[in-house]
Design a protein around this ligand. Structure first.
Ligand code: HEM
Length: 262
């Protein structure tokens, strides 16, 4: 499995390198211009400049990193959302009620989800916090020590690289009662602060996509509980190595709900 994964990652890196090279080289691809709307365009322009820190390797790493940061994270969180909601019928019932109430109190029935509606999804936000807390999608985040730091009698010298492991906070029983249990209701009492919750990191390097990811999850849950019926038919086992993976996938049988919500 690992060999296959490494091969896949290697293949993606080679593919991206190839694209970067082709887009960079004016002899390739006609006049060397990227297709309109291509996300690599500003990056390639930058690589071509003489006074830039960006070289081809940095550009490839950046594109690869962005793919991981934007795709892997959200898809894992969505999979976990389906798993947790399926495993906890009470959570599903409360979510369904919250979203049905939103539709019932909507003035224009054909309207899309509004910002006000999104803000009113209190239980959904609790479910999302709980998913992100238990997911620990990013197992470690890095910081460079810029000056000596004293902690419990130890000195971390300037220049060292420190890996912060958010899951240590997320399963701390002093903060989270029965920490390994999926319990969205705990967030009624809890308030997010980076000393107790670092699912999206913290400080100036906080995940730039955090709010976007939360909106995505909320909209996904909205359509899932309102419009669809599903049941898990296979898989759902979780293995951390160290990122969260589903070795047998999560196979679901899905169909549209027959009864429309009034
Ligand atoms: C559930 C979804 C996601 C989770 C759990 C997550 C988590 C994280 C974490 C823990 C970090 C490290 C923050 C730090 O060092 O303090 C990070 C960084 C980052 N994330 Fe996310 N992320 C998610 C979705 C996204 C999405 C959707 C995007 C973009 C649309 C995104 C873009 C980024 C970027 C660009 C960084 C690097 C920020 C920097 O170093 O300044 N993330 N994310």
């Amino acid at each position: 499995m690992w060999v296959l994964l490494m091969f896949l990652i290697g293949f993606i890196i080679v593919l991206i390198s190839h694209w970067v090279y082709r887009w960079q080289n004016p002899k390739c691809n006609g006049n060397g211009k990227l297709p309109p709307g291509s996300m690599g365009f500003p990056l390639i322009d930058e690589v071509k400049k003489e006074d830039t820190i960006l070289n081809e390797t940095v550009a490839v790493n950046l594109v690869f990193g962005l793919l991981f940061a934007t795709f892997e994270t959200t898809s894992t969180a969505l999979t976990l959302a389906i798993k947790f909601i399926s495993d906890h019928p009470q959570v599903q019932a409360e979510l369904t009620k919250e979203h049905e109430d939103i539709i019932k109190s909507r003035q224009r029935k054909d309207s899309q989800i509004t910002w006000q509606e999104y803000k009113s999804m209190n239980f959904t936000h609790m479910v999302i916090n709980e998913i992100v807390r238990l997911a620990n999608i990013v197992p470690g985040i890095y910081r460079k020590v810029i000056q000596d730091v004293e902690i419990n009698g130890y000195t971390i010298p300037a220049g060292w690289l420190v890996m912060v492991v958010p899951s240590v906070l997320h399963v701390n029983p002093d903060t989270y009662d029965d920490p390994l249990t999926f319990n969205p209701w705990r967030w009624k009492e809890l308030h997010l602060g980076t000393k107790t919750f670092m699912g999206f990191g913290g400080g100036v390097r906080l995940c730039v996509g955090a709010d976007f990811a939360k909106v995505q999850l909320a909209i996904f849950i909205h359509h899932l509980v309102l419009n669809l019926r599903w049941s898990v038919v296979k898989g759902g086992d979780i293995v951390r190595k160290p990122t969260l993976t589903f070795p047998n996938g999560l196979h679901i049988k899905i169909s549209e709900k027959n009864c429309a919500v009034e």
